[in-house]
Write a protein that binds this ligand. Structure first.
Ligand code: NAP
Length: 265
């Protein structure tokens, strides 16, 4: 098995990464940062997001695994003190794979610039800096609403516990193959009207956001800022590709949610 390691720069993470590399070498498991079969991220959920974007061109060939060096994460199953057990499972190849939905994002421009295409693991947001964002929201080519406000967030089920949750979106179990559209500070009065509630969009549906003004936009894909000007529309749907995780043990999703947000009851 060929393994790549992606890590953050925290001192604790650097020490854990060094220990992991030694254990992998002792087990004759090769490090290959170019064409790995398994990508191990060491850090937090943010580090796993960075690892995903580094290898998002090879989603059918690569599985991911997260070791967390801080608190329990949503993409990180292993704790830093379990490295021996982790490498042992790699040696004996005992793992199963679990996969989660991704958001397919296509940005189309007014000028001749070709469309840009991305996968988001958590979410994509569209925001406007200090002006009201004005956009028409189409679902399956039908105008649904005219949005005015700070912006919109479109998230995957695994991303539903991240930014989406902060803007009032629902937490969605990752076995549900759907994505979510949540409003960010929408302007609602007698003239402007939006649904005012998060929406869960089905697998065979797509959302198109047509921006009225074309300048000053900030489009994010997870932690990446991708574009600002001359955007005509952005298209969102559930991707055919999925992210595959090497799963050596099952962790109950709602247990993770409780652990992250509620704690002991
Ligand atoms: P960051 O701003 O340094 O950290 C964002 C926080 O979100 C970290 O604590 C991270 O966990 C956590 N996180 C990431 N993915 C998550 C998930 N799926 N469920 C629950 N928590 C999650 O940025 P980053 O580490 O590069 O991560 C980028 C993500 O941050 C974006 O995709 C967005 O979802 C989120 N974000 C949230 C807000 C907000 O809630 N207001 C604002 C900006 C960005 P770790 O500590 O384990 O890395």
């Amino acid at each position: 098995m060929k393994v790549a390691i992606v890590h953050n720069k925290e001192p604790k993470t650097l020490a854990v990464t060094e220990r992991l590399k030694n254990l992998l070498a002792q087990a004759n498991i090769k490090i290959d940062d170019q064409q790995p079969e398994l990508v191990i991220s060491v850090g937090g959920d943010g580090t796993l997001l960075a690892a995903f974007h580094q290898f998002s061109h090879a989603l059918n060939d690569v599985r991911f695994l997260g070791v967390h060096t801080g608190h329990l994460g949503f993409y990180t199953d292993w704790r830093d003190y379990e490295l021996e057990e982790l490498v042992d499972s790699l040696k004996t190849n005992r793992e199963q794979s679990v996969s989660y939905p991704l958001l397919d994002v296509r940005i189309s421009y007014l000028d001749d610039k070709p469309d840009q295409h991305f996968f988001a693991l958590n979410e994509s947001t569209i925001k406007r800096s200090n002006r009201t964002m004005v956009a028409d929201v189409y679902i399956k080519n039908e105008l649904f609403e005219s949005f005015r406000g700070d912006g919109l967030a479109l998230s995957t089920p695994t991303g539903s516990t991240a930014y989406n949750k902060s803007v009032g979106g629902a937490v969605i179990h990752p076995s549900i193959n759907a994505f979510q559209l949540a409003e960010i500070a929408s302007l609602n009065n007698r003239v402007f009207r939006t649904l005012g509630a998060p929406m869960v969009i089905a697998q065979d549906e797509w959302v198109e956001i047509r921006l009225e003004n074309t300048a000053d936009y900030l489009v994010t894909i997870d932690q990446l800022d991708v574009s600002k000007n001359n955007i005509r529309a952005i298209y969102y749907r559930i991707a055919e590709e999925r992210i595959h995780f090497a799963s050596y043990r099952h962790m109950h999703f709602w247990h993770r949610v409780k652990d992250a947000f509620i704690g002991e009851v």
